[in-house]
Design a protein around this ligand. Sequence first.
Ligand code: AMP
Ligand code: ZN
Length: 135
Amino acid sequence: MRDCIFCKIISGELPSAKVYENDAVVAFLDIHPVRPGHTLVVPKIHCENLMDCNPEALSAMMEAAQKVARAVVSGTGAEGFNLGVNNGAAAGQVIFHLHLHIIPRSRGDGLALWGQTEYKEGEMVALAEKIKTSL
Ligand code: AMP
Ligand code: ZN
């Protein structure tokens, strides 16, 4: 897609620190890492986010994520990793070409990804019902 940074990386028009590629997916280092080795796994077809991407591309992306995550952990000496998608502007998505973030983690690295909260009485069950009826 024209004017998409990730499509330009995929076509080779823009440079990247590529670590993996197959027919369906490319993986390269995030230019502004949350942690060194932070890697993005990107389907080669342009889809905006998780909602408009076809199941084949999603499967290929997840399969590649497993392979790349092993290498990220091993190559950085991390103990684990976070896997994430920022889906939509409200969730912090800034590049509107679907990508998975693999963020290497180690105990005591000081990174807190989210704070948790509590439900009021009955709120959790009511919300679960609303979600279920939306499926
Ligand atoms: P998101 O907020 O999920 O849309 O994340 C987009 C990510 O792409 C950010 O973490 C950016 O640092 C990263 N990014 C933007 N431009 C480039 C680029 N040219 N090469 C590698 N990573 C990039
Ligand atoms: Zn694109």
